[in-house]
Structures are given as C-alpha cells and as structure tokens.
Design a protein around this ligand. Structure first.
Ligand SMILES: Cc1cc2nc3c(=O)[nH]c(=O)nc-3n(C[C@H](O)[C@H](O)[C@H](O)COP(=O)(O)OP(=O)(O)OC[C@H]3O[C@@H](n4cnc5c(N)ncnc54)[C@H](O)[C@@H]3O)c2cc1C
Length: 483
C-alpha cells in the first residue's frame, strides 16, 4: 500500500513517549517543536501516493503496490529505477533529511535479498526478517534505527577501574514469548516521525557482550520505550522565512531508552552473537542499499548548495567577476563529482547470490568517504561567499509588519539586483545551512551518520582488492626480472 500524508499523521498520534528535556510531548504532529517536520514527512507520503508519480516512486508485485525503495533489485535496470526514486525523495527534502523513509527501508530490503545469512546463524531468524520486510513494505512503514551504543560506555576494558553499570541496550530476560531489553542506544534520527525502530549494532561488539548483540524491530509506541530528544530547532522559530530549514527539515535525533521492553521472537533477527552483529549488514546487501541512499541524498543536497552559491553571488552583485566564477566552477565540479559517483555505482553494479543485485559496494563506500571528507569545506565555500551579509539582515521578517520599518527596510535593504524581502529570505536560508544550530547539526551529521571516519575508511580497506593492486606492482617489478 501507499500511505497518504493524512494517514501518516494519524499514525503518529499513537501515544509514543517523547521527551524534550523534562517536557513530555503529547502529540508530535501539533507540538511546535515537531509539527513542521511532521508536515514535511506527510507531504513526502502524499508525493509518493500521487498516481501521477506511481511509475517513478513505486512498483507493483503480485497485485500490490509498494514504495520503490522496497524493491529488491535483480539487475541494472532495477537499481537505476530505485536510485532515481531515492533521488526524487531526496530532492523533495533538498537532501536535508538523512533518515528519510527510504534509508532504513534500504537496510531491511538489502538484508531481505539474503535472509539465509540470518537463518544460517539461527534457524528461523532469517524467516523473521523476510516476514518483517513483507509486513513493513505492505504497511508502508517509516523505519528508523538505533545501532550505536552510547559513547563513553564502550571501552571499560581500556579504562580499568572506571567501569560503571553499563546501560548499553541489552537483553535482560527471555522466555518462550520473546526477549526483554533494557538500556539506551543512539542516535535514533527520525524516530519522532517513524513507525518502528530497528535496534542493532553497526559498531563491532565483543563476544563477551553477546547480550548487546540483540537485533530486532519494535513499534515506537511499545510500552517501556521513551525517546529523549535533543533540542528541536523549530521550537523557538516564529516565522518560516526566518529559519526556513529549521522550520521544515529538522528530522529530529533521539536517544532510544528502553525500560524492560518486551520484543516477541518473531521480531528478533539476531541474538547472542556479538561476532555477527555487524557482519549481517555487510554479508548481505543491507549496508550497501542503506548507504547508497546516503550518497544519493548528498547529491541532492549538493544541488541546493550549488544553486545557493550562485544565487548569493548574484545577490551580492559579484557573479560576473572571474575569481568568483572560478569558485562557482569548483562548486559545480563538486556537485558533478558526487553525481558521477552515484551513477558509477549503478553502472558498475554487482550481481549477488540468489539473482539479486547491488550498487557497486566499493564505489559506494568511497563516496561515503568523499562526502565525509568534503562536506565541511563545501559549506565553508558557501560561508565565504556569504560574507557578513546574513548578520546585516533584520532579526525577523516581521519587520514588514510595521509600516514605517517596512518602508525603510524596502528602500535601504534593496540592491540593484534584488528586492529587500527576497534578499532577507535568501540570506536567512543560507544562514540556516551555514550558521544556525540546524547547520551545526548538519555538520555533525555529515561527519558521523555512517560512523566515524575510521569506520568508513575501514569499510573501504575491507572491500579493496588488495591482491589485484599487489599484482600490478609485482607485474611492473617483474619486467626487470625478465631481462
Ligand atoms: C546528527 C547525527 C545523526 C545520527 N543518526 C544516527 C541514526 O539514525 N542511527 C544511529 O544508530 N546512529 C546515528 N548517529 C550516531 C552515529 O552512528 C555515531 O555518532 C557514530 O557512529 C560515531 O560515534 P560517536 O558519536 O560515539 O563518536 P566516536 O566514534 O566515539 O568518535 C568520536 C571521535 O573520536 C575519534 N575516535 C573514536 N575512536 C577512535 C580510535 N580508535 N582512534 C582514533 N580516534 C578515534 C573519532 O574519529 C571521532 O573524531 C548519528 C549521529 C549524528 C551526529
């Protein structure tokens, strides 16, 4: 099924427990901190459900229609269709919502291309995964995930004497019905707007902590689940024009806190297996499908950045200066770089067991590394082009509500190339991408969403064909030996 925006909003009124500091949020669809984000997600669902976009954003299987991101690809054509659907979703949110509904759906879909891996580890767990995949796509679920133990609690072994009771999420009980989990896990981006949370481990864990390897899925409103939100950036915003991105695109980040939460066996996909808790994502197409979405999303964000960079130079009246054009040329090249990296993943696709297909994994991990390495500098180019102009704008668009102030503002803040109000809106937008709390959070997001840089480079190291590279060197050296 394809859910409409209205249906999506109704689902969010399910009694979930969200805290902002000590404040308990009763309804995320109407609370000022979250309603703008909820509305954006609802609009995204409406776009998907629009019959005019069926061909682009969904597919049919056995008479049922599913969102395109649930497609288990079998060839290059499937991969291309799926990539273009993900791009359309990313463009709809300007690449600013990282964990849009297609991200964790990709993780589950990728795993469902090879559920036998889970069955081999524990009879029946792979079937659970396949059933969950069917259930999630049938109900057009929005999934988020919390797959990292809380920082500061991972290295008791490295710091003997400093151990404390470990609240990292783990199984504390089990019976014939399922497991009971308690503890905390970070950082469930999008949880406030999701239907269910995937719990697992994208960081390796030691077999000694087998109980933490639990990999399962649970509805956000499950008794015992609470979401502890960071400061939501829309909370203090009075007018969309002042903070246009904070207003619409704050996807939320929450620590997942579980207090003796019951998870039935049919929702358990891995248990008591530290060694495999991370491998299940790389021995299946899971990690690749999910992070391919991240690459595509970054590409969409680069479109916004390039357009904004150019518009700023026009508004500043410097767009024709050769030195400025050179910088804009660099931004355009960076946008094309990531576009090429995404398309290359489809071009060099990989055939996988059981007739399935994935984007090229090495190219995908390389693109992750490229995005992580370059984002800060790219935003700094934008910041440099901005100069101090964002701070010359009045604090709020409400300046135009006072006739005397409006008249002065319109006269003095206009330039030959742009009217005062349009100028204010443009620089407020640019500031929300480069200077506000929303912008700061994005800087962190792009650095850490796929794990720290060591993790990302480790993935590149692991997938590299070192034997082939050694062969190149050895072949060259062999030339002199032949003489
Ligand atoms: C905005 C945002 C959204 C996120 N969304 C999600 C989400 O949806 N789901 C989810 O599960 N997680 C999410 N995360 C969490 C993310 O997965 C983690 O932040 C990431 O794995 C890094 O872990 P950490 O923050 O504990 O930092 P660490 O891994 O502790 O790294 C902190 C610093 O220490 C350095 N460091 C760490 N270990 C070493 C070492 N051995 N040697 C040298 N240097 C080291 C790192 O390079 C880094 O500079 C999100 C994070 C952010 C910032």
């Amino acid at each position: 099924m394809l859910l409409t925006g209205k249906q999506k909003l109704e689902r969010l009124r399910d009694g979930r427990t969200v805290y902002i500091g000590s404040e308990k949020v009763n309804d995320v669809t109407s609370h000022p901190a979250f309603r703008g984000g909820a509305q954006t997600i609802a609009e995204l669902y409406d776009m998907k459900a629009d019959p005019a976009r069926h061909e682009q954003l969904s597919f049919e299987e056995d008479g049922e229609r599913y969102s395109m991101y649930w497609l288990r690809c079998r060839n290059r054509d499937d991969l291309s269709k799926r990539m273009h659907a993900v791009k359309a979703i990313a463009e709809f949110t300007y690449g600013l919502i990282g964990r849009s509904p297609d991200h964790v759906a990709g993780l589950v879909t990728g795993m469902a291309t090879r559920h036998s891996v889970l069955n081999d580890l524990h009879a029946g767990f792979g079937d659970n995964l396949l059933n969950y995949y069917e259930y999630a796509r049938k109900n057009d679920l929005y999934l988020c995930f919390a797959v990292v133990p809380p920082t500061g609690l991972r290295s008791a072994e490295l710091f003997p004497g400093q151990e404390r009771e470990d609240p990292s999420l783990q199984v504390v009980d089990e019976d014939e019905n399922g497991v009971t989990i308690s503890g905390m896990k970070m950082l469930a981006t999008g949880a406030v707007y999701s239907d269910e949370i995937w719990v697992g481990n994208l960081t390796p864990i030691d077999d000694k902590f087998n109980r933490e390897s639990i990999t399962c899925a649970l509805p956000v409103n499950t008794p015992g689940v609470t979401l502890w939100s960071r400061e939501p950036y829309a909370r203090g915003v009075r007018h969309e024009e002042d903070y246009p991105l904070s207003w619409r695109f704050d996807e939320s980040d929450c620590v997942l806190v579980c207090d003796r939460v019951k998870v039935p066996w049919e929702r358990v996909f891995l248990h008591n297996n530290g060694a495999w808790s991370r491998r299940i994502y790389t021995e299946t197409a899971s990690n690749c499908y999910a992070n391919h979405q991240s690459n595509v999303r970054f590409w969409a964000k680069m479109g916004l950045i390039a357009g904004l960079a150019s518009r700023i130079t026009q508004a500043n009246g410097v767009a024709k200066i050769p030195g400025v054009r050179e910088l804009l040329g660099r931004v355009a090249a960076l946008e094309a770089n990531i576009g090429g990296m995404v398309c290359g993943q489809i071009e060099a696709w990989e055939a996988w067991p059981e007739g399935f297909a994935t984007p090229n994994r090495r190219f995908m991990y390389a693109a992750l590394n490229w995005c992580q390495e370059n984002h800060t500098e790219i935003i700094d180019i934008l910041r440099t082009l901005l100069g101090g102009i964002p701070l010359q704008m009045p604090a709020s668009v409400d300046v135009i509500q006072d006739p005397a102030l409006k008249s002065r503002f319109e006269k003095w803040w206009s330039t030959p190339s742009i009217e005062a109000l349009d100028r204010l809106k443009l620089y407020k937008l640019a500031w929300d991408l480069t200077g506000t709390e929303f912008a700061g959070r994005h800087m962190l997001y792009e650095k850490f969403y796929a794990g720290n840089s060591i993790v990302v480079r480790n993935q590149n190291d692991r997938e590299a064909p070192w034997d082939k590279f050694h062969g190149i060197v050895d072949g060259l050296l062999a030339h002199s030996a032949k003489k």
